[in-house]
Ligand binder design. Structure first.
Ligand SMILES: [Ca+2]
Ligand SMILES: [Ca+2]
Ligand SMILES: [Ca+2]
Ligand SMILES: [Ca+2]
Length: 381
């Protein structure tokens, strides 16, 4: 009996053990990062992008490698296995260089993304082309979507999104929209929104000053009453409210205005994978719906967007394109109480300037617990 058990355990180990390819197949992989839009040439008289952060994800082995390009715009990853890889790179462009090229100042980053590239001994040099992307000023600074660890049951009504004014001037939240993005549409011009909720106000009712936060809760209540592993959102600034579905409505917390709600008892963020966007558009119904009852929102109206997934290696199966979010945040199991938050890139006039290169693989970090209305990096608990 005991022997049988030992054999069984050995078999289990043998089954789960990964097959390691022989050392001889390993290769050196060179990534060259190129900017043909003129920003790098303006600064260095070459199209080769130095000091770019590069991330390489293996699809089979589920490993990630990060590196930085040298003065020739190159980085070499040694001893790599032949596989399909996804390549991603990002670099912030100093405002004075943007002004030199365009004639006016603008916050830009360069992003490159090449998914699913077959690498072997004959194909081990990759040219990654960068495109300029606009950096947001009003940002999604945190999304707490994972839900609370079971106590006693799984709990996900404590989700919230935190927005942050990353700029030096006041923004008005009035009529801005938070939406989530459907998967599987190949559409250059529009995102397809499953849910879309709008801030109330008539133009100047809800100012957000530089360095200020706003919290939008799924339900603005103290969730510790429902699950001791959860959080208190009774102080949230806004909440989603879905009429006729048994949703709670805290009378002291203003409700977001429902523009579109395809399904669900609330505006629930998936605990595994989703993409959330912040939108500014004059008429949200101007472009109508697709055949799946999803609201069409032009990509040019998106102020910021963040995509997250439980499995970060699924970078080739994304909802948002490279102009909105070239990467992925997250990488943890549901119901862990963990959260995702932007990292601080800089401080300016005493306020944190958050990183927004439109690539969540670089811009976001994972927190063990959410930080409601403050930043973990700024000396949180
Ligand atoms: Ca609700
Ligand atoms: Ca309410
Ligand atoms: Ca952004
Ligand atoms: Ca926070």
């Amino acid at each position: 009996m005991k022997l049988n058990l030992i054999i069984f355990v050995c078999l289990m180990i043998a089954c789960t053990e990964q097959v390691t390819p022989p050392e001889s197949v390993r290769l050196d992989l060179t990534v060259t990062v190129i900017d043909t839009f003129g920003y790098t040439r303006f600064a260095t008289d070459t199209t080769l992008v130095d000091s770019a952060a590069v991330m390489v994800n293996s699809l089979t082995y589920q490993t990630a490698f990060s590196a930085q390009t040298d003065s020739n715009g190159q980085t070499c990853l040694e001893q790599m296995l032949p596989d399909k890889y996804t390549f991603s790179a990002t670099k912030r462009i100093p405002v004075e260089i943007v002004e030199g090229v365009l004639g006016f100042p603008l916050e830009l980053a360069l992003n490159g993304h090449a998914p699913n590239i077959e690498i072997d001994a004959d194909h081990n040099e990759i040219d990654l082309y960068m495109v300029p992307v606009l950096i947001g000023q009003l940002l999604i600074s945190e999304i707490y979507y994972s839900g609370a660890p079971p106590n006693p049951a799984f709990y996900f009504h404590d989700q919230f999104i935190e927005l942050y004014n990353n700029s030096g001037s006041t923004f008005y939240l009035d009529s801005l929209i938070i939406a989530d993005v459907s998967y599987g549409h190949i559409d250059e011009d529009y995102i397809h929104a499953v849910h879309a909720y709008m801030f109330p106000g008539s133009g100047a009712d809800y100012p957000l000053g530089p360095g200020q936060f706003v919290i939008v809760a799924q339900d603005a209540i103290n969730h510790l009453d429902k699950n001791p592993n959860s959080i208190d959102l009774s102080g949230a600034d806004f909440e989603y409210y879905v009429k006729g579905k048994g949703d709670v409505d805290n009378p002291d917390t203003p409700n977001m205005i429902q523009l579109h709600h395809k399904y669900g008892i609330d505006f629930l963020y998936s605990v595994m994978n989703n993409a959330i966007v912040l939108v500014k558009v004059d008429d949200p119904y101007q472009y109508g719906y697709d055949q799946f009852n999803e609201l069409l929102i032009p990509k040019t109206a998106i102020m910021d967007g963040v995509e997250y997934k439980e499995d970060l290696n699924e970078v080739d199966l994304k909802r948002l394109d490279i102009t909105i979010d070239a990467g992925l945040a997250g990488g943890f199991a549901p119901y862990t109480g963990r959260s995702i938050e932007r990292v601080i890139a800089d401080t300016k006039d005493g306020r944190a300037v958050l990183m927004d290169n439109n690539n969540s693989s670089f811009d976001f970090q994972v927190l063990d617990k959410p930080t409601i209305g403050y930043l973990w990096d700024a000396g949180g608990e």
